[in-house]
Design a protein around this ligand. Structure first.
Ligand code: AMP
Ligand code: ZN
Length: 112
């Protein structure tokens, strides 16, 4: 737990989220600013900054996170999807708590 990390605060319940899945190790919730009709984030409960901070001790966790993508995507009605892991500031990462984006269902149409 990192006290100034927004995703740790979501894991602890200090900040609300639109949670769609949770187990002992992982939480999944909808992205607050979706880029697609379906856009959720797969987040480990353990605070790990990014893929750059992962090593062999995170292997099982990473595997579990990736396998949740098709499971939850199907539950959300998707027959296919994109996955994205922004890594490091130069990799476009803005929240420095590891997460996998899952996007599908077409681009979100802007509200008029
Ligand atoms: P990244 O650039 O990969 O670090 O993406 C961070 C993502 O977290 C962005 O798509 C944000 O919209 C999303 N995000 C930030 N704060 C929240 C929040 N409180 N609840 C849900 N998603 C969030
Ligand atoms: Zn964190």
């Amino acid at each position: 737990m990192s006290s100034d990390c927004i995703f740790c605060k979501i894991v602890s319940g200090a900040i609300p989220s639109k949670k769609i899945y949770e187990d002992d190790d992982v939480i999944v919730f909808n992205d607050i600013n979706p880029s697609a009709k379906v856009h959720f984030l797969i987040v480990p409960k353990l605070h790990v900054e990014s893929l750059l901070n992962c090593d062999s001790q995170h292997q099982a966790l990473l595997g579990r996170m990736l396998l949740l993508a098709p499971k939850i995507a199907k539950e959300q009605g998707l027959a296919g999807f994109k996955t994205l892991i922004n890594t490091g500031r130069e990799g476009g990462q803005e929240v420095f708590h590891l997460h996998v984006h899952v996007l599908g269902g077409g681009e979100k149409t802007p509200k008029t």
